[in-house]
Design a protein around this ligand. Structure first.
Ligand code: HEC
Ligand code: HEC
Ligand code: HEC
Ligand code: HEC
Length: 115
């Protein structure tokens, strides 16, 4: 029993050490306010989009990544298939890198994409 507790404690410590080492530098202040500033659904679940939207705004994002003319619907934040509805975590990772969902099927140029 004692060794099981030690083992579980070890796992908890190593997952948080993992998250501690893999932090996006632009989110430094989110970590300063505690892991819960993103992990609004508890530490055993991924954050909800609501957590991201405390600091980010979908309409602003759609403007920041807007494109002209024929390319307009390649905007990841206001796209041909999903409009503004795609969940952030389909494309953005925090502790491990991700690829934008669109690139599973397309090869768009997203110069500002940073995991
Ligand atoms: C406590 C506020 C806060 C929360 C919560 C937060 N962010 Fe951020 N995020 C920022 C700030 C500030 C920046 C840097 C300025 C910017 O790019 O808007 C940033 C930058 C980013 C960037 C751009 C990185 C780059 O290289 O330009 C992405 C992508 C991002 N956040 C996604 C997310 C996602 C997904 C979530 C939810 C899991 C989230 N953020 C939650 C404040 C926050
Ligand atoms: C800026 C938002 C943000 C902050 C702050 C944050 N996380 Fe996360 N966390 C995420 C996202 C998004 C995921 C979903 C998987 C991924 O993108 O890495 C996640 C996933 C995890 C996972 C599951 C890992 C997996 O791949 O199964 C653990 C464990 C975790 N976070 C721990 C922490 C700890 C510990 C802290 C505080 C030191 C923390 N997180 C702070 C956004 C955040
Ligand atoms: C599962 C595969 C898949 C994913 C993921 C996907 N698409 Fe598509 N997309 C397609 C297919 C198939 C077509 C062509 C069918 C059509 O035109 O209706 C298409 C057509 C398009 C077009 C019009 C044609 C072009 O190439 O310019 C745009 C723009 C587009 N997708 C944007 C996006 C964006 C932005 C994302 C991410 C938010 C995305 N797609 C994700 C499969 C996908
Ligand atoms: C379908 C994939 C996808 C989804 C969903 C998505 N993003 Fe993005 N995001 C991207 C891509 C791709 C870029 C880079 C676009 C470019 O280079 O024009 C980006 C860029 C950003 C940036 C940097 C903008 C800049 O001007 O540098 C931030 C911040 C961001 N996303 C936050 C978010 C947040 C928060 C959500 C959820 C509300 C979200 N994203 C949903 C794919 C996505």
């Amino acid at each position: 029993m004692k060794s099981l507790t030690a083992l579980l404690l070890g796992l908890v410590l190593s997952t948080s050490a993992y998250a501690q080492q893999n932090q996006q530098p632009h989110h430094e202040m989110a970590y300063e306010s505690g892991c819960e500033s993103c992990h609004d659904q508890g530490m055993d679940r991924f954050p909800s989009d609501q957590a991201c939207l405390q600091c980010h705004d979908v309409d602003d994002l759609a403007e920041q990544t807007a494109r002209e003319g024929e390319d307009a619907k390649q905007n990841p934040h206001d796209s041909m298939h999903y409009g503004k509805e795609a969940p952030c975590q389909d494309c953005h990772g925090e502790h491990s890198p991700k690829k934008a969902l669109c690139q599973e099927c397309h090869n768009f140029n997203y110069p500002k994409f940073n995991d």
